[in-house]
Ligand binder design. Structure first.
Ligand code: NAP
Length: 273
């Protein structure tokens, strides 16, 4: 499994399992399946209500804690009490430390994300978090954060898949040393049918999901595909050994359509995440 080095020297497996919309009661089993398949990186969030299942799977796996990279996220409604929210997540996970802690959404209408970041910097200083980052931050949110920040975010986790690439934002992140983490990397399954994707799948005797994931990996994105299906979990992991040609990569990049699936971070203000 290839690893990327974040801007503070911490390494992260480039492909992990996302557990958004994995029911809490199924999470332990699914994460155990993923760990058995070789995954060493799990992406959860307080808002997914399944941190306890992630932690239970890690405990049951017998795999050394330091071999597994765990991300969780600060819920929007808790940005004003980040320290307390973090401790609740850490306890739900049953871990002494979290590898990556993200501000889930900027919620600019709330005006609290800079305050939350300062609290997260203290958690980082106290070694309770190995890396701090953001999610759904657009260019102006990054600029505002950096004006006040002592620490540059290690990661920006954003919606990114062939039909919605946010190329300008991704390039800005990379130029600042912020790693780009692609959420909904398969377009929630909607990006698996393009001609360029199916042609590459046929050429390599691979699946369309593997082709899309290989495209991400070639671009240097961190990817966290979600599946509740053990065979798809294994299939997605195997994408790490698929190498596409430059022409195939370019034809998939040409699938950009400019349509997002998720909410617009400029205005999103829900509190469940
Ligand atoms: N930061 C944020 O605001 C944010 C927002 C959204 C997502 N995320 C993170 O990103 C992760 C992934 O995003 P996502 O869940 O939205 O979308 P995704 O990973 O792009 O797609 C998941 C969908 O694709 C299906 N799928 C998975 N592997 C497949 C395969 N090999 N073949 C065919 N279909 C396949 C899954 O179905 P089955 O489960 O039935 O296999 C599910 O319906 C989340 O779990 C979460 O960790 C973060």
């Amino acid at each position: 499994m290839s690893e990327l080095t974040l801007n503070n020297g911490v390494t992260i497996p480039q492909l992990g399992l996302g557990v958004f919309q994995v029911p809490p009661e199924d999470t332990q089993r699914i994460v155990e399946d993923a760990l058995a398949a070789g995954y060493r990186h799990i992406d959860t969030a307080a808002g997914y209500r399944n941190e306890a299942g992630v932690g239970a799977a890690i405990a049951a796996s017998g795999i050394a804690r330091e071999e597994i990279f765990v991300t969780t996220k600060l819920r929007n409604g808790e940005q004003g009490r980040a320290q307390e929210a973090f401790q609740n997540s850490r306890k739900a996970l049953g871990l002494d430390y979290v590898d990556l802690y993200l501000i889930h959404w900027p919620v600019p209408s709330q005006g609290v994300y800079v305050q939350a970041w300062k609290e997260m910097e203290r958690l980082y200083d106290n070694k309770q978090i190995r890396a701090v980052g953001v999610s759904n931050f657009l260019s102006d949110h990054i600029d505002t954060l950096l004006e006040a920040a002592e620490i540059t975010p290690a990661v920006n986790q954003i919606e990114l898949h062939p039909s919605y690439q946010q190329a300008e934002l991704a390039a800005k992140c990379r130029s600042l040393g912020i790693a780009v983490e692609a959420y909904s990397p398969l377009g929630q399954g909607g990006d698996l049918n393009g001609n360029a994707v199916t042609a590459a799948a046929q050429a390599h005797d691979a699946t369309t999901a593997q082709v899309v994931l290989a495209w991400h990996l070639a671009a240097g994105n961190i990817v966290i595909p979600k599946s509740v299906d053990p065979s798809r979990i294994r299939e997605n992991f195997a994408a790490t050994s698929l190498k596409l040609t430059d022409d195939e990569l370019a034809s998939i990049t040409a699938l950009e359509s400019g349509s997002r699936i998720g909410s617009d971070p400029a205005v999103a203000s829900f509190t469940q995440f």
